[in-house]
Design a protein around this ligand. Structure first.
Ligand code: WTA
Length: 653
């Protein structure tokens, strides 16, 4: 049985339905299916009217002349000629209201140090750093790379860039020096913001050293700003005269007044790199106006944000979830955001639950891989803490298996919290398919129904609506990506060429008789490992760069905690011996080239790679070998005829 059909069977068997409680429903922003359906219909029939009305709730320097311009599709434009600055909506807008002195960010470091910034303090910090960036010569349109741990300065840096119209590109702090170099070069960043360390599982990460290694080959970088987070030990922080500047020093000399730069709706807000089906990561472009309106509304309705909520999204700002639902969306809604620096199991598996208890967190948004890890460690950990402040739970990153959903519902949500399973992507900017918690009944494992303005459908290769097939979005939406940095053609090819005029996200899906969507995972060569997208082609080309490797194929197979894990099939050059030492070297090589999270769990040396007659690698056969279905447990396929015989057998199937 193929993996996909197994998925379909599990979800076909899933018949449980959970309705929001009366208590939750009564206070919700969208409190009935009738209201959802009527608004949804309006949003699809007249998107310009719908989104124009939403945009009017926000502050603009100049109103748009047209909501949506489709003339150069798929290069859509939203809120044409509008002028705004997203930080005005995240910060300044709240200062004339009671939100002014409310906590915007409550932060906890891994060693339990804490910092709270009210909205007015956050604006002050953002303004100081924005002025300091200007003093270093950063101007609107310049790209700034950010490589920081989850400390308040990460949110401040993102907002400071947006304040002056510089384009931020955040690089997740788990990426290697070479991955940083590639992203800095592709984006031609002028400045890098990093820190002398960051805590993870009781250790300090040597972030500045990694940046120094990356920058040997990055002539475009003129300045590096270094936040002091480490303690000078065990990694001394080398400050390169003229290039490197301590964050705390440059904000000392900076002005606390930094007016927000009026940005055009279609001016670039940020770039975020993500893996694709080729060897090269894509710089996904998001612009100002549409992204702002879309993340504002999705945050408000999906998380049903209320003034008294304390909202925690566990994602790192290095990924899109942290951009949209830790920084921009919640702040535009005046929410109190909780932010945590370190590992979920430090000092023990109770850390998350103790923080929920101690901070009275009411909304908790995390990933299925984390939930599965918590399940494994046992419910005695959450049971030690008072989680009664929680009223809403969410997940993102991959489909949640019904078993994990039920555990989340019962153990964390005490059977009273709705769960929003939110499907979306770096490219979509915001949540696309999701229950609205006050009205949409949930089914474990289903992301349920489309958000306003999202015309989702399940299509066949030919573009016909089918029950199980490929997910598509048939209309543009404000939060959509505007391109791939420096590669217009690849944008058109990747997302808009499968069915003309319709967006192709790369996921398989099924739609049930209630119109609910069940996401079946990637159908392209991207593997979702613990919620991180890894392009198999990218890893394959990295392995082939290794001197003793002739050819490689990388696949994803099921993994209990991570959802999927990677397996690398390697064919060595003539005369090279397949040894355990070599396997270790190859794993280290992948870590060095991308980051530790991209290291395959298994390497299988093979004399040959099975290919179809037209030369395509037979990935199904590789999956069956890796999972033991074809050959039992193997680590070396030394005899070339073994693979050849299997190939023939599989072609007969
Ligand atoms: C997967 C993360 C099923 C999907 C926001 C998508 C999901 C990819 C879900 C995007 C979900 C994300 N159910 N699958 N609720 N959420 N995915 O760009 O395969 O890091 O295409 O964005 O994650 O990952 P990305």
């Amino acid at each position: 049985m193929t993996l996909k059909s197994k998925n379909i069977e599990t979800i076909l068997a899933e018949k449980r339905v959970f309705k929001p409680s009366k208590k939750f429903q009564q206070r919700a922003h969208i409190a009935s299916m009738k209201e959802y359906l009527s608004l949804y219909e309006k949003s699809i029939k007249d998107p310009e009217k719908f989104w124009g009305k939403v945009a009017s709730e926000l502050t603009w320097f100049k109103k748009w002349s047209k909501v949506l311009d489709e003339t150069e599709a798929p290069f859509y434009k939203w809120f044409v000629n509008g002028k705004t600055n997203i930080t005005v909506n995240c910060l300044d807008r709240h200062l004339d209201t009671a939100t002014r002195n409310k906590a915007a960010i409550i932060w906890e470091g891994e060693p339990k140090d804490r910092r709270t910034l009210t909205y007015s303090q956050l604006l002050q910090e953002v303004s100081l750093f924005a002025s300091a960036l200007k003093n270093l010569g950063i101007q609107r349109g310049d790209r700034v790379a950010i490589y920081l741990p989850m400390i308040p300065e990460l949110a401040i840096s993102v907002l400071a860039c947006a304040r002056i119209g510089a384009v931020h590109t955040v690089i997740f702090a788990g990426f290697s020096a070479e991955a940083i170099r590639d992203r800095v070069l592709d984006s031609e960043s002028k400045l890098v913001i990093t820190s002398d360390g960051g805590w993870r599982k009781g250790n300090i990460l040597p972030l500045k050293q990694t940046v120094d290694d990356a920058l040997h080959e990055c002539p475009c970088v003129r300045h590096v700003v270094v936040v002091k987070r480490g303690q000078g030990e065990p990694f001394p922080c080398h400050i390169k005269e003229g290039r490197d500047h301590w964050y705390h020093r440059i904000i000392d000399d900076a002005s606390a007044k930094c007016p927000a730069e009026p940005m055009d709706s279609e001016d670039m807000l940020f770039l975020l790199y993500t893996s694709g089906t080729t060897g090269k990561p894509k710089g996904i472009i998001h612009t100002t106006g549409g992204y702002m309106v879309y993340t504002y509304l999705t945050s408000k309705y999906v998380f049903d944000l209320r003034p008294e909520d304390v909202y925690w999204c566990t994602a790192d700002i290095g990924w899109v979830t942290g951009h949209s639902y830790l920084v921009y969306g919640p702040l535009m809604n005046g929410a109190t955001v909780f932010m945590y620096e370190g590992a979920p199991n430090w000092p023990d598996w109770g850390r998350f639950w103790s923080m929920i208890q101690d901070n009275s967190i009411s909304i908790f948004y995390t990933a299925p891989t984390a939930i599965r890890a918590f399940m494994k460690w046992g419910e005695e950990w959450p049971n030690k803490y008072d989680l009664s402040s929680l009223r809403l739970l969410g997940t993102v990153g991959e489909s949640i298996n019904p078993e994990a959903w039920m555990w989340y519902h019962r153990v964390i949500g005490a059977e009273k919290c709705p769960i929003v399973d939110t499907w979306w992507q770096t490219e979509t900017g915001g949540i696309m398919i999701t229950p609205l918690p006050g009205c949409v009944p949930t089914k474990p494992g289903s992301a349920t129904v489309p958000f306003f303005g999202v015309d989702a459908a399940v299509l066949s290769e030919e573009g016909k609506e089918v029950e199980a097939g490929i997910l598509s979005i048939r209309k543009p939406w404000p939060g959509m990506l505007r391109g791939i940095y420096g590669d217009k053609e690849r944008y058109k090819q990747t997302y808009w060429s499968k069915w003309p005029g319709k967006y192709f996200p790369g996921d398989g899906a099924r739609k049930d008789s209630d119109g609910y969507f069940w996401i079946l995972g990637r159908i392209d060569d991207v593997v979702n490992v613990a919620g991180h997208r890894i392009g198999t082609a990218e890893l394959e080309s990295i392995f082939v760069e290794y001197p003793s490797v002739a050819e490689s194929a990388v696949i994803g197979i099921d993994h209990e905690i991570k959802g999927k894990c990677l397996v690398g099939f390697i064919t060595l050059k003539d005369g090279v011996l397949a040894t355990e030492a070599l396997e270790k070297e190859l794993k280290e090589w992948a870590g060095k080239k991308i980051g530790r999270f991209a290291i395959p769990d298994k390497i299988i040396f093979s004399a040959d790679l099975p290919k179809t007659r037209s030369g395509k690698i037979m990935r199904r056969l590789l999956r069956d070998i890796a999972t033991g279905r074809a050959l039992g447990n193997v680590t070396t396929l030394a005899e070339s005829n073994v693979v050849e015989q299997l190939r023939e057998k599989y072609e007969e199937d």
